[in-house]
Ligand binder design. Structure first.
Ligand code: HEC
Length: 453
């Protein structure tokens, strides 16, 4: 709609009245010392221009506010102070020859202008945009077992996915989730959290409902929880909804362990939902002998979920021996997740990679993996996530993965890929990630994760 389009110009137009008015103000101040007459002659013109620009800004601002994208209360304050400012310009104009009233009008309107501007800035840039203390980036969780369940996992999830409607800003269903007291107090329908009782906890109930249902949270069309996030919220309630315990103080099923791993290495909620990477079809149990062999060598081999035969392998930087490679190959039907980051001879691993064609997630970061090995990935038709950060891969090597239809994300930070030479259109479905801090170093750190015995 044309009105919406005009509204979009508001953030640009508002600079006109500010400019005109402040210039008039400066001239007025100067006029106390010199050029009094010539300044008095142009001041009325400047004030009229300020008034017109301000009135027009108010109009466009009103159109913009109709989009409904902004916080109603804040819009309200900004809108009314803007309108009052517009009227005050007229007061300055009419009282310009009255020493006392004129001065008062100048001072009040100048102060009000700053206030209006600040409110407007807060609307576009967020409420604390002027505060010097920047919101601290959350440090990534490096050791999930020593992370705080509420502060490091639960609260960030709620903040990202629920605060929009359940916090100081808005209280849909009379529910706030932005502090322990509010969480325990619950909402209109009852308790959002009943420790140890997920059946009675409205949060568990709502997040597990199918997305199509009206009561499902977050509501349809809003950013949804990942599977790992759903599991962690539910687990937190089941384990007593403590606000200070550490992960290691909670009981952990293998399934939860896996969900937790997705939080490790990322500053906020999980990027990759591992649970969605488990194939739907069943698979027979992998060779016990091969699993034992890997474990003996210090390699982590875990079922991806309770009652699943699919496996997660983490080499933990350990160089696989010939026998290990044989064992991995023997488990090719079961392995869906392989973390080989930091191993020394990744090209040797490549010789068996082509056989592991059930693999969904593959970490080869911080290795010498090169274009020679890339051909081995050509047939990994189920591969969804590939981490090639800090490797010797170039744009030539990437040719090999063009045809992988399920691949969605490739991390290439500090690889040898020259992005200027890369035809992005060759990878329409794949998100190539080049930014350093988003590269997950999932499970790459040793000693933190102990296989369930
Ligand atoms: C886009 C807005 C929005 C977001 C985001 C949102 N909710 Fe809600 N929520 C609502 C609305 C509206 C209601 C009230 C209507 C209803 O009961 O379904 C509600 C109600 C609830 C209730 C029931 C409260 C009561 O006692 O009546 C719970 C529990 C809840 N939400 C949890 C969550 C959780 C957990 C998240 C984040 C994962 C979340 N919501 C995210 C809009 C939202």
């Amino acid at each position: 709609m044309i009105t919406e389009f005009i509204g979009k110009f508001h953030p640009l137009l508002v600079h006109l009245p500010i400019g005109f008015f402040l210039l008039a103000f400066v001239l007025k101040v100067i006029s106390f010392w010199k050029n009094k007459e010539s300044i008095e002659a142009i001041l009325p013109i400047m004030l009229i221009l300020s008034f017109l620009a301000s009135a027009f800004s108010s109009l466009t601002g009103f159109l913009l506010s109709q989009s409904g994208e902004y916080d109603i209360e804040m819009v309200d304050r900004h809108q009314w102070s803007g309108i009052v400012f517009t009227v005050l310009i007229l007061a300055v104009y009419f009282f310009r020859n009255n020493a006392k009233l004129g001065l008062a009008a100048w001072i009040v309107s100048t102060l009000l202008l700053m206030f209006v501007g600040h409110l407007g800035g807060s609307l576009t840039h967020g409420e604390d945009f002027l505060s010097i203390q920047q919101k601290a980036e959350k440090a990534p969780i490096t050791d999930i077992q020593n992370a705080k369940v509420y502060a490091d996992l639960v609260q960030p999830i709620l903040e990202e996915k629920c605060y929009g409607c359940h916090s100081s800003k808005k209280q849909k269903g009379n529910l706030r989730l932005d502090s322990p007291e509010y969480i325990l107090a619950g909402g209109k329908e009852g308790k959002s959290v009943v420790p140890h009782n997920t059946q009675q906890s409205l949060i568990s109930k709502r997040i597990f409902m199918p997305e199509g249902e009206e009561e499902h949270m977050p509501p349809k069309g809003k950013p949804q929880l990942t599977e790992a996030e759903v599991k962690v919220l539910d687990w937190w309630i089941k384990e007593g909804a403590s606000f200070d315990k550490l992960v290691k103080n909670f009981n952990q099923t293998p399934e939860i362990k896996l969900a937790l791993l997705t939080f490790q290495g990322s500053g906020n909620a999980a990027e990759v939902s591992t649970a969605s990477n488990i194939p739907e079809k069943e698979v027979e149990k992998g060779s016990e002998e091969s699993i034992a062999l890997l474990k003996n060598g210090g390699i982590l081999a875990l079922p991806v979920a309770t009652n699943s035969n699919y496996l997660l392998i983490n080499l933990r930087g350990i160089e696989p021996s010939e026998k290990d490679l044989g064992a991995l190959k023997a488990l090719k039907k079961q392995i869906v997740w392989l973390n080989a980051s930091k191993i020394k001879n990744a090209d040797a691993l490549a010789t068996i990679l082509q056989d592991l064609n059930e693999i969904r997630v593959l970490h080869l970061n911080k290795t010498n993996f090169s274009d020679n090995g890339m051909a081995a990935l050509k047939n990994l038709e189920h591969l969804q996530m590939l981490n090639l950060a800090n490797t010797n891969i170039t744009e030539k090597g990437l040719e090999n993965i063009k045809g992988l239809n399920e691949l969605r994300k490739v991390y290439l930070y500090q690889s040898k890929v020259q992005f200027s030479r890369l035809k992005m259109t060759d990878f329409p479905k794949i998100k190539l990630d080049t930014g350093g801090y988003t590269v997950p170093t999932l499970v790459s750190d040793t000693s933190l994760v102990k296989p369930p015995m």
